[in-house]
Ligand binder design. Sequence first.
Ligand code: ZN
Length: 749
Amino acid sequence: MIISTYDKEHLHRSFGIELGDVDLGPVEAFGVGANFARVPPGTHSDPHQHDETETFAIFSGQGDIVVEGKRTPITAPMVVQFEPFESHYLDNTGDCDIFFTTFYWRDSPRAVKKAERTDRRRFGERPVFVFSTPPTPNGGLHIGHLSGPYLGTDAFVRFQRMNGAEVYHLAATDDFQSYVAECARREGRSPEQVADSYATEIKETLAAMDIHPDQVNHTSREPGYQEALRRFFTRLVDSGMVRPLQGEALFDGETGQYLYEPYVDGGCPGCGTETGGNICEVCGEPNFCVDLTDPQPTIGTATPRRGSIVRYMLPLHELRADLLEHHAVGRAPAKVRELANRLFTTRDRLDVALTHPSDWGVRPAQDDVHGQVIWAWIELAFGFIYGIETLGRKLGKDWSASAPADDWKIVHFLGYDNTFYHSIFGPALYKIANPDWTPDVDYNVNEFYLLDGDKFSTSRRHVIWGKDILSPDSVDAIRFYLSLTRPETRRTNFTIEGYEAVVRQTLVGGWQRWLGDLGARLEERYGGIVPDAGIWSPEHTAFLVSLENWLGVLTSSLGQDGFSLNRAAKALDGLVADTLRFSELERPTADIADWKDYARTAIALELAAAKLLAHCAAPVMPRFAAMLADGLGIEAPTRWPALVTLVPAGTRAHLAGQVFFTDPANSDADLLPWLSGAVTEALALSGAADPDSTLVALGSTSMQAIALQYQILQRTGIDVPIDDLLGGRTLAQLAEMIGQSAQDVGVTV
Ligand SMILES: [Zn+2]
């Protein structure tokens, strides 16, 4: 027998509370670790998660057990068991200690099972609010923007929805940014006009990318928004932490204009790189303009002068511990945590101005900073919870920005240059304004996407606008290429040549060629009807396992814990490449009668691969996925598959001749020369057919028209009705009509 008693003189601090050893012998021998634990009144243990299964035996105290944001009251004595990776902590809301003993042990099969294939892990039944960074409406969206937060959010939401989550894509435009006012000055318009016109352009570009948010707020137009923002700001002030204080600032040497954000450049105090005011895109650190080395105005040439001004100030450094805790609640990638660590360890103080002199923005309710507005980055943080409130109004839910709830699961998609605002500044404001709320936030951060090796730049016209490259024909190819190459771990580079090569070689030359060939074989051997699988060879079984593995890779690539479109796009192509290999291996016996029961298994498995592709591609390439499912004769892919399954035997498929992707280099080809040649041949004319003649005028019979119809179908995939061929259209008009139809369905002619 081993007896271990509680010794209050020998406690150590861990997980934010006091722990005492329970001696049950070495963990290696016994398999179970244990501790006594005490949570003093008014405190809580650190939220955390781990691979061990853990049991709490709680003897006394009052408060809550919080698991994945959900609170359950403690009714001691009680026993609670946590599954591996369940995020948990104890919150003592009573006035005496919570005493408990914890037992934990490693059960690897259980942990692996919990980590994989549980697509609702951490999210459970909670509402999931996914935010794409609100763009500043001082320009349209280029493919650099699109590749990052917007495509990321859309694919993430589509995957979650397929898995049955209550998930919403929330978007906004960040109208009151100083960059909008500066753009208005340059363009000779009012900031309202600038914000409105670019908001429209942004909306159209997102729609062309097949991105349709569930909620879009425009901060300068949203009724009730400004009053709500003022109330949020007042809560910050009422906390006593945010106060009007005299501090140093930069002013234009000639005009005396207050310099910040778009109005000043200089050397970053963090990394030395040339940067704009307030944030460095390279190292991610904020600056306060007065700390820029060799500051220069962006308008005029006079050397800026230092002056003094009273603004509302936040001593951000005092919130370090709260931010550490915040980054442990949701998914905060190492880069996010590293930035926070760097900021708080390299600087003694981080005094951030929360109001700035400007005519564009929302004035605080307080009247002690005349001529100043609430900083737009406060609006970013507030705008998220306000977005949830406005979405709730639409859905009849009582979500309130003034009382945000612990069960809200928030997911952000952002560029690294916004990390400070999203993951450090914003949560600090929440802590002050809503101290009872524990925001549970996942951060998905992307790096910079370059164009031909250089930064996207509107002013230098070094840019590809979404509106110029997106069309119904190209959108899925663009989405695939951006998924494949978007900068998830480091800067990556976009080139038009690279994009066209991937479309030509991978999507048209690989995927489309396989699917067309599969459809043709199905037509030829089985009359287009999906056969039942017959006898399985060892290779067949191995291929099924391989498909299961791809499903596993795709599930984890698109899931919330390790979301990566780079990995998802690679896996989609890997799935096709594997299937092409399998198809080639099976080909030799495809037509041998003695092996027909094996041959139908092989083709059934290829069709199962196509079905898996239709489902797994849906979050990334929704149009292609729907079209492929339709070609396979199965329902639209709205549910994420739990298993690889065969296409039901007897299904009528129509894969042959389907055109899913268009080679960008061929999309504008003129059909007329080819059509004239085909007509000359079909009608056995002595000279070249006159483009301004009709087929009837050239003497075409019905049989000849049918032959021609077949040739057009073979060449373009377009089935032109005989009545149209023999109607009043000239050859030139027919060529144009076929070309148009081809373009409408994304066919290469
Ligand atoms: Zn820097």
